[in-house]
Design a protein around this ligand. Structure first.
Ligand code: SAH
Ligand code: SF4
Ligand code: F3S
Length: 473
């Protein structure tokens, strides 16, 4: 069980935070300009924005939340679905206003769309910089370049870049949970997916730089880290000096040992790499959260093969069985794509049934969006009509809502250790936090408890999205 911090521990923590602030503040002397960063897409993209903020800080730019204050506007973009790109293109036109008011303001497109569309952006009058996910170290130079009326572009994809020496500037304000990227890129080549083209080959970051980042975060008061990668389970790093090999389960163990009060989460796991080792390591350490995001995409083996997911329905269900067997109180979530090329009504029903069998606590659900250059675009016909895709997606969503509600109702009466993240959205009298299973729990505040503390909460009510609870005496 997690114990709450003693008064003394809290004091040391506040002092450390003070020291860090002071250290950072001395650096602030040179900081004269402001960068506004807007992020879209996955958690990795949000973490990349924090890396970008760190790189720009060294160059004298402070991150601002207020776009009107900014000398530089960066948008970190996502290409995963057509809709994501359309939203972004529309958003870009809105930046025109700021440039009209101040000609010196530069706008940069970063991330996956920059990588995918490259030079196409340079024809766009609003855009001054186009920088792909592996080229952020060149940002200061490109910004300088753009100040002289040039367009700055670097979309080089690297086989080595992991930004492992850069301490991200945390842009979210909760100060409790933070992301740590452990791999970049993806080697899987799912036929529907644009990520291998926008993020390049998979590479694993130095294990000790990951542990050092976790230690640093803990000393600054953070109590939860999420290890990030498109496919974290395939993490493998070899120490070039000693030849020591670190697998994902070894890494999980190293991070879990940083401190029992530091929760460890990870995302995303590819089912093909969800080996028993990982599940046993999760079971061994109380502070590795009992939650796995294990995207299935489809419940039908023929469709899974067309998607090149490299597992069958049976194989997936065997993994699910093993996970529940070893960690009975775990919550599992998923991603599903409705209406992939040639999917029949019966095959769609297989997705509904695998959702039931896996008993997902929640899911991210999409209808298939054909992406340029992917194998599906090149070799398969996007032949499920849009209306059909939408109908299937709505069935998937309806079922997941039911499953989530049932899942949450089963928690009524149970007591959970909740890590407090902040005030609930609705009331300053209530805290919002998460249990190990990644479920949000709302409960009334009590004197002496604050953000970053652990609290024992008994659940008394549930909706499909949240649990309501009361503090235990
Ligand atoms: N690496 C992760 C997920 C990356 S993208 C994994 O392998 O699970 C996040 C989710 O977006 C995917 O799981 C998938 O469900 C969805 N997605 C990816 N490409 C898509 C496309 N072309 N159309 C619709 N959904 C897509
Ligand atoms: Fe895309 Fe598949 Fe890689 Fe996930 S594992 S990022 S879905 S190619
Ligand atoms: Fe989007 Fe790129 Fe992430 S395409 S989902 S931002 S890796």
């Amino acid at each position: 069980m997690f114990k709450e911090m003693s008064g003394e521990e809290k004091y040391i923590d506040e002092k450390r935070q003070g020291e860090v602030f002071f250290k950072e503040n001395t650096e602030l002397n040179k900081i004269t300009k402001k960068v506004y960063i807007e992020s879209y897409g996955c958690q990795m993209n949000f973490n990349d924005s924090e890396i970008v903020a760190a790189i720009m800080r060294k160059d004298g730019y402070e991150a601002t939340r207020n776009i009107a204050d900014a000398d530089l506007i960066f948008v970190n973009t996502c290409s995963i679905r057509d809709k994501a790109e359309k939203t972004l293109l529309k958003r870009l036109t809105e930046f025109q206003v700021y440039k009209k008011n101040n000609k010196d303001i530069k706008v940069g497109v970063l991330g996956c769309m920059a990588e995918r569309l490259k030079e196409e952006f340079l024809e766009n009058k609003i855009v001054d910089l186009v920088v792909g996910p592996d080229a952020y170290r060149s940002l200061p130079e490109l910004v300088e370049w753009s100040k002289h009326g040039n367009k700055g572009i670097n979309v080089h994809l690297s086989k080595e870049e992991t930004y492992d020496d850069i301490t991200p500037v945390r842009l979210d304000k909760n100060g409790v949970s933070a992301f740590i990227s452990i791999t970049r890129g993806c080697n899987n080549m799912c036929t529907f997916c644009v990520v291998p083209y926008t993020r390049g080959r998979e590479r694993s970051r130095n294990a000790y730089s990951i542990v050092a980042e976790a230690v640093d975060l803990f000393s600054k008061g953070y109590r939860e880290v999420t290890l990030l990668g498109q496919n974290v389970d395939s993490y493998h790093w070899e120490n070039p000096e000693t030849g020591e090999k670190v697998t994902f389960s070894n890494l999980l163990e190293l991070v879990a040992k940083v401190n029992p009060l530091l929760r460890v989460r990870f995302a995303t796991s590819h089912p093909k790499d969800m080996v028993d080792d990982v599940i046993y390591t999760m079971a061994k350490y109380e502070n590795i959260c009992n939650y796995i995001h294990l995207p299935v995409q489809s419940g039908n083996s023929r469709v899974l093969e067309l998607m090149n997911r490299t597992y069958t329905r049976e194989w997936y269900l065997d993994r699910i069985k093993k996970i529940y067997e070893i960690i009975p109180d775990i919550a599992i979530s998923s991603d599903m794509i409705a209406g992939f090329c040639t999917e029949t009504e019966d095959e769609h029903k297989d997705t509904l049934s695998i959702m039931r069998e896996s008993n997902y606590s929640m899911s991210y659900m999409f209808y298939y969006s054909e992406r340029p250059r992917t194998k599906a675009e090149r070799t398969l016909e996007d032949d499920v009509p849009l209306e059909m895709k939408k109908k299937r997606l709505s069935e998937i969503i309806r079922l997941q809502n039911q499953l989530s509600f049932e899942h949450n109702k089963k928690d009524i009466g149970k007591v959970f250790e909740v890590l407090i993240e902040g005030d609930s959205k609705k009331s300053k009298e209530e805290f919002k936090g998460r249990n190990s299973q990644n479920k949000v729990i709302i409960f009334p505040k009590r004197e002496g408890l604050g953000v970053g503390d652990y609290a024992s909460v008994r659940v008394y009510d549930a909706t499909s999205a949240t649990l309501k609870g009361k503090l235990e005496d």
